[in-house]
Design a protein around this ligand. Sequence first.
Ligand code: CTP
Ligand code: MG
Length: 251
Amino acid sequence: MTVTALIVAAGKGERLGGGVPKQYRSVGGKPVLRWAAEAMARHPSIDQVRVVIAQGQHDLAQAALDGLPAGELIAGGVHRSDSVLNGLQAIGDGAVLVHDAARPFCPPEVIDRLLAALDGSDGAVPVLPVADTLATGDITLDAAVDRKNLFRVQTPQAFHVEDLIYAYEEAGGASSTDESSVMLAAGLKVATVEGDPMLDKLTTEADWNRAEAIIASRMVPRTGMGFDAHGFEGEGPVMLGGIAVPHSRGL
Ligand code: CTP
Ligand code: MG
């Protein structure tokens, strides 16, 4: 069975603001989209990576994906669900991992868990428990909400392509923020697997600072020393790193 990673990168990043949409903004020296695509491309169970982009962002996307095996870029739509559907229609049958470009760091173990769970289910999604107290309300609190059975649902989300297309058809064009809600609305079964805080979406400036801090903490500075010897000819001077090095000819 072919496994396709479908990365949706056709959003505007309005909540974050700034000139360039967040998926093309750099974090830890690389565009966010590139991190997301690399994580998918390097997983041994993923056969192909495809990316959905917005109109007019071809050059940005190509620069971000330079050298990665991302196939032909797919045109996105107005809402995220339009972008996903366009992507699904452009890929073949098999399994699909629908993933937000705005989630740059995907641990390989999450993909392993998703594909294993997809075996016995119509879909599988990574979830994390909610740590904070939850409540409804506005200026004042209305009521507390029991968080016991509540989850934060992340991406990538795994499905069989034909099931997900069916679920989107059933939705009849209604917009949604992820695929699991579309699948549930169509009466299909979605398994949960353990998610990972590394998969949290970059939405605001605070998320950005957190991501930069994570990457910085993972960078290990290394230095090295080497030795090399060559004979030389001519008058010189001997230049090393742009500097003339004093020397005497002969032995
Ligand atoms: N996305 C997409 N097509 C859209 C809207 C969103 O492919 N029409 C993608 C985004 O690029 C992102 C993912 O869906 O990778 C999750 O969406 P979100 O975090 O909401 O990103 P944006 O829509 O870009 O941000 P915002 O809602 O703040 O404008
Ligand atoms: Mg959005």
